[in-house]
Design a protein around this ligand. Structure first.
Ligand SMILES: Cc1cc2nc3c(=O)[nH]c(=O)nc-3n(C[C@H](O)[C@H](O)[C@H](O)COP(=O)(O)OP(=O)(O)OC[C@H]3O[C@@H](n4cnc5c(N)ncnc54)[C@H](O)[C@@H]3O)c2cc1C
Ligand code: SF4
Length: 441
């Protein structure tokens, strides 16, 4: 249990075991000894935060776990969560040279976890002792803001994060699959960042409790890291009512809400073909739901989910139904009874009726909306035609010289490691701006 944040006992997520369990000391050393310490290592190039992977692995091999953790954190302050949640199969491990010989790649993610579990946290990093002038406010307490705020603290600032939920951590706390990272461990990482000298105000929603003008009046610079908005809806008859939930909203319940139970649910459908759909389907199966259908409007080959994740879901008993769309949610009185399906062509419904699938639960994983209104409430901040905040990708600077951004709000929804990278890049740009005399000067 973390010292500062209370998570209720009995949450459904606690029933999952670790997908990639921690290595023992001898296993870690053995695996580290396999690394070839490649020149111009491809694993570094495929890490969005460019962690010096061969160096941190070498330090594990020589028993220097503190040094190893320091190497990781100096490139990525969220090294602990990234070790657990990164899709390493398509990033660092995916590019390991061992693949060329048909051998298993170095287990970089698990080695990184070993270093982070035993080597120490961001307190290991050097910090500037002189306090910097100026005040910085961050909107949202997810990975992007945490990385930004942590980096700012190391540079001598004392930033403040405004988080609308009771718990910080963003999707690391509320969304990431429990078999990768339980909320408890996500919150431990948050604590380690706050301990660098970051203030946190939870239960404060910008746009409701404080306006953009008020935030800009309080601070010299602002970082927007609110992530994405609520799950998208199907807009079909019968959808509004009990038993139909957004997948991200549902995952938050199993991770954080001890009062939520799946009692009486034996058959469920998940609509979508991306990573969130796959996660939700695997989590339903993992929680004992007997029959889980994944309904996708195109073919399996066109699914947006990572192949290794969708293969795992199918091996775990999830039943994929391709080329279908839900045209109606069926109810008996108020109660959910099933979904009506039609054949899809190119992702759209044809007139051919496909049938009715009885279900006790429908999870919608067809994307998340964008927080366009919030972004535009900051003068000078613009969004593109896909709802992403427009900013310089190198610094996160928006059309308002005092407002920066990063993470899902900027990239439309990628990974934790991208949010970490953006947050740290924006922190350096904000520090430069404030050192140059401040934007308001
Ligand atoms: C179901 C799911 C599973 C995922 N699994 C993985 C995975 O396994 N590996 C991986 O690398 N990535 C995964 N991702 C993606 C990853 O979680 C995100 O890319 C990352 O969390 C983005 O960080 P962020 O800080 O931009 O946004 P978020 O994590 O969404 O954090 C934003 C924070 O801002 C707060 N906020 C929003 N609006 C306001 C406001 N107006 N005022 C105050 N606070 C506000 C929110 O409450 C939230 O805490 C997953 C995403 C989902 C949806
Ligand atoms: S590519 Fe593989 S073997 Fe080479 S340095 Fe990276 S982890 Fe080690």
């Amino acid at each position: 249990m973390t010292e500062r944040f209370d998570l209720p006992a009995g949450r459904l997520e606690t029933r999952f075991s670790d997908k990639a369990p921690a290595l023992s000391e001898s296993e870690a050393r053995r695996e580290a000894a396999r690394c070839l310490y490649c020149f111009d290592a491809p694993c570094i190039r495929s890490c969005p935060t460019s962690i010096d992977i061969p160096t941190f692995i070498r330090k594990i091999a020589t028993g220097n776990l503190r040094g190893s953790a320091r190497t990781i954190l100096s490139a990525n302050l969220l090294g602990a969560s990234c070790a657990r949640v990164c899709p390493v199969e398509v990033l660092c491990e995916g590019s390991c040279v061992y693949h060329d010989d048909g051998q298993p790649p170095i287990a970089i993610g698990r080695l990184q976890r070993h270093a982070m579990d035993h080597g120490g946290g961001p307190e290991l990093l050097p910090r500037l002792n002189a306090a910097r002038p100026g005040s910085i406010g961050l909107v949202g307490g997810g990975p992007a803001s945490l990385a930004c705020a942590g980096q700012l603290a190391l540079l001598g600032h004392r930033p403040v994060i405004y988080e609308k939920r009771a718990l910080p951590g963003g999707l690391n706390t509320t969304g990431v699959a429990p078999y990768k990272l339980p909320a408890e461990d996500a919150l431990e990482e948050v604590e380690s960042i706050l301990a660098l000298g970051v203030d946190l105000e939870t239960g404060v929603e910008i746009g409701r409790d404080l306006t953009a003008e008020e935030v800009l009046a309080r601070h010299d610079a602002v970082f927007l890291g609110p992530g994405l908005g609520p799950d998208s809806r199907l807009r079909v008859p019968g959808e509004e009512g009990p038993g139909v939930l957004g997948a991200v909203e549902w995952i938050e319940r199993i991770k954080n809400d001890a009062s939520y139970s799946l009692e009486g649910i034996t058959q469920a459908v998940v609509v979508g073909g991306g990573n969130t759909a796959i996660d939700a389907a695997r989590e339903l199966r993992g929680l004992g739901v007997e029959t889980v259908y994944l309904l996708y409007r195109r073919s399996a080959a066109e699914m947006g989910a990572y192949r290794h994740e969708s293969d795992e879901a199918l091996r775990g008993g999830v039943v994929l139904v391709e080329d279908v769309v839900v045209t109606e949610v069926l109810r008996e009185g108020d109660a959910l009874s099933g979904v009506r399906l039609a054949e899809a062509q190119g992702g759209r419904a044809t007139d051919v009726e496909h049938g009715v699938l009885p279900t006790d639960l429908v999870l919608l994983a067809i994307g998340q909306s964008k927080l366009v209104e919030l972004a535009r409430s900051f003068p000078g901040v613009e969004v593109d035609d896909r709802g992403r905040i427009v900013a310089d990708p190198a610094t996160g600077r928006t059309g308002n010289p005092r407002v920066f951004t990063g993470g899902d709000a900027l990239n439309g929804g990628k990974e934790v490691v991208n949010a970490a990278h953006d947050g740290q890049a924006a922190a350096r740009a904000i520090d430069e701006l404030i050192r140059d005399g401040g934007p308001r000067g």
